[in-house]
Design a protein around this ligand. Structure first.
Ligand SMILES: Nc1nc2c(c(=O)[nH]1)N[C@H]1C(S)=C(S)[C@@H](COP(=O)(O)OP(=O)(O)OC[C@H]3O[C@@H](n4cnc5c(=O)[nH]c(N)nc54)[C@H](O)[C@@H]3O)O[C@H]1N2
Ligand SMILES: Nc1nc2c(c(=O)[nH]1)N[C@H]1C(S)=C(S)[C@@H](COP(=O)(O)OP(=O)(O)OC[C@H]3O[C@@H](n4cnc5c(=O)[nH]c(N)nc54)[C@H](O)[C@@H]3O)O[C@H]1N2
Ligand code: SF4
Ligand SMILES: [Mo]
Length: 760
């Protein structure tokens, strides 16, 4: 509960918004500012853990680039403050004009939730539907969609997503991820420390760089960039050749192994290992020990997903734990439940999911890849995208190919940006709509990916909003009302909500809502705004925007009844969700929402027969092509750049004020000392980093942990704070839209060919 500790100082709890872990925070607040930030022991998952980044959150909450008023671009390019009424009226009229003149395909939404804010996504999503569009572009489709596609084939639905029980594993493969800096696993640094200390547990890291995690590892396979597919296919081949696969698991739970076996017996193991440039004996040892481990698990991230063969990598990674039977058990990889459906299932074989106009690209898990958007705006002729709504995202900085994005966004008929800060993307907008910060409104994320226990944390507002800002729920609901997609009032429904007796919980309301939507199916897509304006207005503490969680909680409880009961909620299949909702609303440090048994994982497999499909024909083709893949010609661009490393002081584009950083103010280029010597540069000197698309000037940092011929720059720099020159590298000046995996169109950000020049 919020408490007053000393005069003027309040304590409260919330969560960190800087990475997908969303660790619980216990905070002290004074004068509407953070005074002290530490870990919240009561948060059921992070249990008090935080990293160094969270303590700096005042730099997100208050800084000079915060937006305070709705803005409209003037003919001379400057911005003028306007009222919300004017903004909503003008934008609604323009949207309707575009929709009714050119059809829904002329509109795209971009973003819709970052590392900490997914509540607003339920509302922004409605605008896409009101525009009769299905073009949702999102950062997930520049990293994870290859993986989601594989999940769809292996488990039967792209919403089936796996998690890794690193805390209970005795043999862990970290492939292309640096959890010491990037987290992504529970309480990463503590977890890594425990594994390191325990002689019975083995940590193996696959990384071209001696990363902070690699330094803690028992075994480091320092492979060449972009060669994971070679290495993983060699390992799977070794496991199958040596009969180390788990035949019993395979027989009981999977289809397609015989086909798989033939394909992997044909993998040229030695060639593949050679290609990856690692010690052959070590690879055999890791393959054998992983297969024999009691509790083996695999954790991957951008080192695989932002590199060559993204989709194939996702497949091979899954095969590693599936053929060894490390699935559906403690310390293995498992599927998990989800209260908030952030992704959907859009299998490209289903013609119902419409493709993009220029690239004929299909959505994966509901999202289109940012790499194609500039072309869809600039090159699709009459079918082009003419209006874009950007929310919680800064694509001018974070999507590949800044020059292409700049040109595309400048050519739009309408660009609207909803953000808390004046970003580089907002600078190009026709209208900029200022949102409450994540600590000024109700918030949550959908990044709860745990199994067998899963959780959810609804955060209460901490601060009084300053300036003329609104929460996303209000912004989008007003727009829908102005567009006459929904009426301004649902008087009957609201009256039922107001008069509901505590005894009936909210049953009367839910019955009335169900009846309304059954009779008026055109309102179904707008259930979030309807609950916001009706039930929402009766919830305590201005929690209106959270009302749509009630139907989601009910659905979740119906689908996972026993697991929800085990987590301590009262009621039967139909009433349990009401109790869950009350706890979500009132338990400020977050709640456990489901508690499964490991063997329940099979009920989360989407194929009706609950069996896993191991053989994916498209992936067999990709594997065959691997054998013929030529090595890169490096004559013109002799270095491979990792364009986007996670370090101690970067956090996507969430912090704009450079004062938050305690080290690495320039976001330096890490380079092997011998490579640096060739350019006669030392720490602090400058180099020019040049790709085929652009160039940036960088500050040098010698790092003997880099491979020769490989350099690395951090993600999350390059912003212009208060209109300054860019601070640190603008990475996506170097990347190109077409430098991506042909299938998923996810960018090769960890494989950007560059050359270096000394700055005179
Ligand atoms: N500090 C910090 N933490 C963050 C973020 C942040 O901005 N800052 N962002 C969050 C987000 S959005 C994400 S998606 C995650 C990403 O988290 P991670 O993917 O774990 O982080 P990265 O540093 O991008 O990349 C991980 C590792 O991949 C290695 N790598 C590069 N190329 C290859 C390759 O070809 N093969 C292999 N095996 N490895 C390779 C790099 O050397 C690096 O150590 O981090 C999250 N956490
Ligand atoms: N070259 C290269 N590019 C990369 C990466 C890389 O490694 N290399 N990493 C990629 C990855 S993995 C990711 S996930 C993306 C992330 O890139 P984006 O999807 O652009 O997300 P963020 O950088 O988190 O941007 C968050 C935006 O949300 C705003 N914001 C914060 N709080 C709120 C709020 O409450 N409401 C609203 N409306 N807005 C808010 C912030 O001010 C900021 O402008 O970047 C990608 N880009
Ligand atoms: S950045 Fe991630 S790991 Fe660090 S405190 Fe925030 S949520 Fe936790
Ligand atoms: Mo990400």
């Amino acid at each position: 509960m919020t408490q007053v500790t000393q005069p003027g100082v309040r304590s409260d709890v919330t969560a960190c918004i800087l990475c997908s872990r969303n660790c619980g925070l216990a905070v002290e607040i004074q004068d509407n500012q953070f005074k002290k930030i530490k870990g919240d022991d009561q948060q059921p998952f992070s249990q008090g853990y935080i990293c160094q980044k969270a303590a700096r959150l005042e730099h997100y909450q208050n800084h000079a680039d915060r937006l305070r008023h709705p803005l409209k671009r003037q003919s001379d390019g400057s911005f003028a403050e306007i009222s919300w009424d004017q903004a909503i009226k003008e934008i609604a009229a323009k949207l309707l004009h575009i929709r009714d003149s050119y059809g829904g395909t002329a509109f795209a939404s971009v973003g819709g939730g970052g590392q900490g804010n997914h509540l607003g996504g339920a509302y922004s999503r409605q605008l896409l539907l009101a525009m009769k569009s299905f073009y949702s572009y999102n950062a997930l489709a520049q990293e994870k969609t290859g993986d989601f596609w594989v999940n769809g084939r292996v488990f039967g639905n792209q919403q089936c997503h796996t998690t890794e029980d690193v805390e209970h594993a005795d043999y862990i493969l970290f492939i292309g991820t640096n959890p010491f800096q990037a987290h992504g696993i529970p309480n990463a640094r503590d977890t890594l420390k425990h594994i390191k200390k325990d002689p019975n547990r083995t940590m193996v890291v696959f990384d071209p760089r001696v990363s902070e995690t690699a330094k803690q590892a028992d075994i480091h396979l320092q492979l060449k960039p972009g060669t994971d597919a070679f290495l993983m296919s060699a390992m799977i081949s070794i496991i199958i050749r040596e009969n180390l696969h788990d035949q019993q698991f395979i027989d009981q739970h999977t289809y397609g192994f015989e086909q798989l076996k033939q394909v992997f017996l044909a993998v040229p193991v030695e060639d593949c290992i050679h290609r990856a440039g690692v010690d052959s004996e070590l690879v055999y040892q890791v393959a054998r020990d992983f297969a024999r481990a009691k509790h083996g698990c695999v954790r991957i991230d951008l080192g695989l997903q932002h590199s060559l063969h993204t989709t194939l990598n996702g497949y091979l990674e899954k095969l590693l734990y599936l053929v060894t039977g490390n699935f559906g058990k403690q310390g293995g990889n498992n599927l998990h439940t989800a209260l908030i459906p952030i992704i959907s299932d859009t299998d490209e074989r289903n013609p119902k999911y419409r493709r993009s106009m220029y690239h004929h690209m299909f959505p994966i898990s509901g999202f289109f890849p940012p790499n194609i958007l500039p072309d869809e705006i600039l090159k699709a002729g009459d079918k082009r995208i003419r209006a874009v709504f950007v929310d919680s995202s800064n694509p001018l900085m974070t999507y590949a190919d800044t020059p292409a994005y700049t040109k595309a966004f400048e050519s739009l008929d309408l660009l609207v940006v909803v953000d808390v800060a004046m970003t580089e993307t907002a600078q190009l907008a026709d209208y900029v709509l200022p949102a409450h910060s994540q600590f000024e409104k109700w918030e949550f994320t959908g990044f709860n990916l745990e199994f067998p226990k899963n959780g959810f944390h609804l955060r209460h507002p901490l601060f009084t909003p300053t300036g003329n800002t609104l929460p996303e729920a209000e912004i989008y609901t007003r727009l829908l009302e102005e567009m006459k997609v929904i009426p301004k009032q649902f008087s009957l429904l609201k009256k039922i909500a107001e008069n509901e007796s505590p005894k009936t919980k909210r049953l009367g309301y839910m019955a009335a809502l169900g009846a309304l939507l059954a009779k008026n199916s055109q309102f179904i897509p707008y259930a979030a705004s309807i609950t916001y304006r009706t039930l929402g207005e009766t919830l305590p503490n201005n929690a209106a925007s959270t009302a749509f969680l009630l139907p989601l909680a009910i659905k979740f409880a119906v689908e996972n009844t026993k697991a929800v009961q085990r987590a301590g909620y009262q009621g039967n299949k139909l009433t349990l969700g009401f109790d869950l909702f009350e706890h979500i609303l009132n338990d400020r440090s977050g709640v456990v929402i489901s508690e499964h048994h490991y063997e329940d994982v099979w009920s989360l497999v989407a194929y009706k027969d609950r069996k896993i499909r191991l053989a994916i024909p498209e992936m067999f083709v990709a594997l065959a092509e691997l054998k013929q893949e030529p090595t890169l010609d490096q004559t013109e661009y002799p270095f491979i750049l990792f364009a986007g490393e996670r370090r101690s002081y970067n956090a996507n584009q969430i912090y704009r004020d450079p004062a938050w950083r305690k080290v690495d103010p320039h976001g330096s280029l890490r380079i092997h000392p011998e490579d640096a010597a060739r350019f006669e540069v030392i720490n602090g000197d400058k180099l020019r980093c040049i790709s085929r698309n652009g160039q940036v000037e960088v500050v040098v940092e010698l790092d003997a942990g880099m491979q020769k011929g490989v350099v690395s720059l951090p993600h999350g720099y390059g912003m212009r704070y208060q209109g300054s020159e860019p601070i640190g590298p603008r990475l996506n000046m170097l990347t190109s839209s077409d430098h991506c995996e042909p299938f998923s169109k996810t960018p090769y950000q960890k494989y950007v060919p560059v050359k270096l020049e000394k700055v005179a």
